[in-house]
Design a protein around this ligand. Sequence first.
Ligand code: DX5
Ligand code: ZN
Length: 221
Amino acid sequence: MKRKLVAPSILSADFGRLSVEIEAVTDAGADWIHVDVMDGHFVPNITIGIPVVKSIKPSTPVPLDVHLMIENPEKYVEAFAEAGADYLTVHVEATDDPESLLKKMRDLGVKPGITLRPGTSVEKILPLLPLVDLVLVMTVEPGFGGQSFMSDQLVKIDRLRKEIDDLGLTTLIEVDGGINQETAKLCANADVLVAGSFVFKGESVEDYKNAIAQLKGGAND
Ligand code: DX5
Ligand code: ZN
């Protein structure tokens, strides 16, 4: 089975020491840094925004994987692209015209991603696959870290894998929510694992390194 990428979600990091935390997970082997942007409208939580993305960009050489859980993403994608997002992912539920938005994002120079809530049918994003570099499957209800993995979402990963392979695309499949050493093993058909609490529950670079290694190892069992 191919090797997974691991993207620690800084939602569970110590925000008072954010650049130190990002340097630590980078040293511990993070492939990407996952950045959860929440606006208090699309989801019932508020996290961070454009200035923070800009400030953390110099803290790591690995790609910033920015997950927008916001209403009206059309208004903000340009600012996130300028702030340094490498992958930029929007929710299909947050826009009336995902095709135009994803094309605009590619023109802005980011790698576009699409995602969906657990309650949204995977059929809704299948026609968008040729327009994106990344498809993110949510395995918790978006809004908070530390929730339990919803295994009923695994069928979406398998469906997407088949569709992507049938179409001959290179689109990456990312899984986000409730990922730990055990649930990582269930995501055989995914390429990228996001993990917040499982990584940041550690207290040192050594702990972070072990957690990331466990995810990669667990995913390859
Ligand atoms: C939830 C976020 C996730 C979250 C994952 O809305 O999109 O990225 O940080 O946290 P864990 O890994 O703790 O479930
Ligand atoms: Zn996320």
